[in-house]
Design a binder for this molecule. Structure first.
Ligand SMILES: Nc1ncnc2c1ncn2[C@@H]1O[C@H](COP(=O)(O)OP(=O)(O)O)[C@@H](O)[C@H]1O
Ligand SMILES: [Mg+2]
Length: 362
């Protein structure tokens, strides 16, 4: 998969820019605050996912304009595609002349992004890791996003009911209806997450080993706050239902649901120690990067398409051995790497260098 043409208008600080990237490594360089990350963000939006900076749509539009317009041509699944995005009152996509919603555009243009915000994957609490898992699985299987949304709605309903029961004890019997729904969706979520992590752990481990020249070992696994074990979906469903039943007494006191995949986590260990609690800065960075590049490998194994890699500010923070590993590892993909000083990637023999200044390509 590769981007062959990009035109950006009134997006962030980029008033107008046009780009014909090469199909290997593209280095976007320039001083701070020139629009390098903005350019990656623009490409990323064609995945149909929200901005990786968590920005609102209105923040994406240039301060002096009321509409941002992005056009991108890309090769995928053995043909050329033309994608168009307008951000004005929400996002409007057009793919090969046909209007699409964000949900419908997903799965057409595949990309993985690593930016400094992704360090939160290792450093922050479980929410960030669940979000990572959920987005990664949704990109591969859009049905998963629907299951997740149904699950969250059912949890919200049970929580309302838990609070209402204090005033209307006759409602107690209706708990069963919501618990049944929750257990049904939860069993699918847990099954999908376990399957995904199985694959991801193999690839990420391999990449981490490469980054650390074989000196350190990365282990990732699914961490269930309340164990819902089972080999089949039916077994997971029954166990989840039982756990919900057992938690009723406690949950009626707190007014919230204490068991289920909305409380689970992804455990990340380096040489058997928690990366969050014991990892050095460099180790945490390498672990987060391994997860993101591992995500790309899983996409490749599912779709046979190599996702475009967007690497924001990654090089400056790694030693030369690690930098060289990354460059070698990704040399057969299309990559966009941002940095302040292009000499950071001096070992790169081919590729395109793009200088950004004040939102314009020099
Ligand atoms: N909606 C917007 N309109 C105009 N400028 C913006 C908008 N959003 C962000 N910017 C500007 O973009 C610049 C940051 O761009 P960024 O791509 O993050 O820089 P860098 O080159 O360091 O990666 C900041 O100066 C910021 O004020
Ligand atoms: Mg930046």
């Amino acid at each position: 998969m590769d981007v062959t043409y990009l035109q950006v208008k009134n997006f962030r600080n980029i008033e107008k820019c046009e780009l014909e990237p090469c199909d290997s490594v593209n280095i976007i360089y320039g001083q701070n605050a020139q629009g390098k990350t903005n350019l990656l963000e623009g490409i990323w939006l064609f995945t149909g996912c929200r901005s990786f900076r968590g920005s609102k749509d209105s923040e994406l539009i240039n301060f002096n304009s009321s509409k941002a317009i992005l056009d991108m041509d890309f090769n995928a699944y053995d043909r050329e595609h033309q994608a168009h995005l307008e951000i004005c009152d929400g996002k409007k996509f057009v793919l090969n002349g046909i209007k699409k919603t964000s949900g419908q555009i997903m799965g057409n243009f595949l990309s993985v992004v690593f930016s400094p915000v992704h360090l939160s994957l290792v450093k922050e609490g479980p929410y960030e890791r669940r979000r990572f898992l959920d987005i990664a699985i949704s990109q591969l299987k859009p049905k998963y996003a629907v299951t997740l949304s149904n699950y969250n709605k059912a949890i919200a309903q049970r929580n309302i009911l838990l609070k209402d029961i204090a005033f209307h004890s006759e409602l107690y019997d209706t708990l069963d209806v919501w618990e049944d729904r929750i257990a049904f969706f939860a069993s699918e979520i847990v099954r999908q997450r376990l399957g995904y992590i199985n694959k991801l752990s193999l690839y990420s481990q391999d990449i981490y080993s490469g980054l650390s020249s074989g000196k350190e070992k990365l282990d990732i696994s699914y961490l269930q706050q309340t164990m819902i074990a089972g080999d089949s979906k039916q077994e997971l469903y029954e166990n989840m239902k039982n756990q919900l039943y057992l938690s009723r007494k406690n949950d009626l006191v707190t007014g919230s649901t204490s068991v289920g995949p909305h409380r689970d986590d992804l455990d990340i260990k380096i040489d058997r120690l928690s990366a969050r609690n014991y990892g050095s800065q460099g180790q945490q960075r390498s672990a987060a990067l391994s997860l993101k590049l591992g995500e790309a490998a899983v996409i490749k194994s599912f779709s046979d398409q190599q996702p475009v890699a967007l690497l924001d500010d990654v090089m400056s923070e790694l030693d030369e051995t690690r930098q060289n590993y990354i460059l070698n590892h990704i040399k057969d993909w299309q990559v966009f790497i941002t940095c302040c000083d292009p000499s950071t990637v001096k070992n790169l023999k081919s590729g395109k260098k793009i200088e950004l200044k004040g939102g314009k390509i020099k």
